[in-house]
Design a protein around this ligand. Sequence first.
Ligand SMILES: [Zn+2]
Length: 583
Amino acid sequence: MALSDDFLTELRNRADIESTISSYVNLKRAGRISKGLCPFHGEKTASFTVYPDTQSYYCFGCGNGGDVITFIKNIENLDYIDAVRFLADRVGLDVPDENNYDSTMNKRRLRMLEANREAARFFHKCLQTQDGAIGYRYFKERGLTDETIIKFGLGFAPDSFFALTNHLISKGFTKEELVFANLARRSQKNPQNIYDNFRNRVIFPIIDVKGNVIAFGGRVMDDSKPKYLNTSDTLVYKKSMGVFALNLAKKSGKDSLILCEGYMDVIALHQAGFTNAVAGLGTALTSEQAQLLSRYASEILISYDADEAGQKAAARALTIFKKTNVKIKILRLSGGKDPDEIIKNYGVEKMKAIITGAANEIEFALLREHSKFDTASDDGKRQYLQSAIKILSSVSPIELEIYASRIAEELSVSKEVVIMEAKRQAKKNTVIQQKREFTEIQRQEDILDKLNSQRKMFYRGAKAEEMLIALVMANPEFVNDIDKKISSEDFVTEFNSRIYKSVTDRIRQGKSHEISFLYGDLTDEEINAVAKIQTMSHTLKNTIAECEDCISVILNEKNKKRLKGADVDTITDEDFLKFFNNN
Ligand SMILES: [Zn+2]
């Protein structure tokens, strides 16, 4: 990963961490730091902290931390070099091409996109040929107009093992390229031979927001299996991030998206004028998809099938969307199992009415609980009331008023009692939440303990070392003075010694020493640990006197370690216990 320091410095200067993260997380400034709800774990109180001074971030809830590159790497689910490229793209910087790996990957990616585009053209043209007539008839029978077929670039993969591969090879693509793009597969018997991946299926191209064809979904026209065949993960496509028709929906001019289960629902909705419909690919919604969708709309209308499986999936999607800032509504589909059927049976107006009458999150949760119990019986009434109170324990006071009245009326119970019980439950929730947060803080200490195996044994020394690392990172000018008193070899724990050495070596050579520049030396987990250590400087006064305190603790502990002759590599459990008790 031979990116030059100059390039990384320029990238860090241009891609300011606070503004970059702001496009993903709603940040609130508080003095010199910014806080928001962590996008990497579900939380209700903000423990995700951004430090503009050090251009770093750290989540005190889950321990995720680093610099702007780490953030992009984690949130976009990219590897290091792709995160750098992504950021460079954003701020209009060219990634230097000095590095061979880099440019080969990029070339491969571009070739793959070209192959996909040519394949999409081929599948689409097939619809007009003898071989593809059956696919065209299928779309027509499903009620699609020619205009819709063109708009979505729908196509057909002929019932042949070589139709597409022969076509693409004639266009100059290699067998290897086709296999990499998952357009073809290698024969098991003779790996030299390849054959078409998609055969005898109607084809839905997946196009990203930049207009690249990144994958395909193929559906059989009868009941054979598998019903759907999708491109597996490639260099240009990650299934967990794929969203169908987002390229079209983002141009709808609406601030909401309708999230459906299948391609055909999306297409039927678009044809009926609901041009903000999209679908996840595969079955269950992923948090990556939710993140992506939340960037294009402030409200998501979940339109999953009316059956039990669909409603379960909707409930799961709700939990996933909780980590984003979008508002969620759930469509109550009736008159058909999915939007496609409803529009066909009852027309566009019915669908409009369903969208306007969409249930919000609370209504949906209450309806779902309601359907589980027979509220005509006393027992069912009681059980439903209990579940309802749990749901109402986490809503706003105004919402509590509204829904408590509704439930009180429905079950002929006192509204005051419902409110009182919901408030009592809310108190219980707070206690549970506090306990959970405490365990999280414990867990973070575990992150450092795990990476630094000597930390538990030399806790005092390790803490002082961490503080000293934080101090030099924030005040590199201290290094000269510190060097007169201590070197990395005096450190009590090897892990901290190594980090201290990487950081201070760079400072002494006059190089940048921020997290971005440590990637070559440290693993992802170690980067999180450094980000955690770095947060300490924000609670310190950042004086040389503090450094001296740390140094005297470290030297003291080092002496103790030598006197005890404790060596972690050879120490037995028994010795460890003895040692632990003496300290
Ligand atoms: Zn977190």
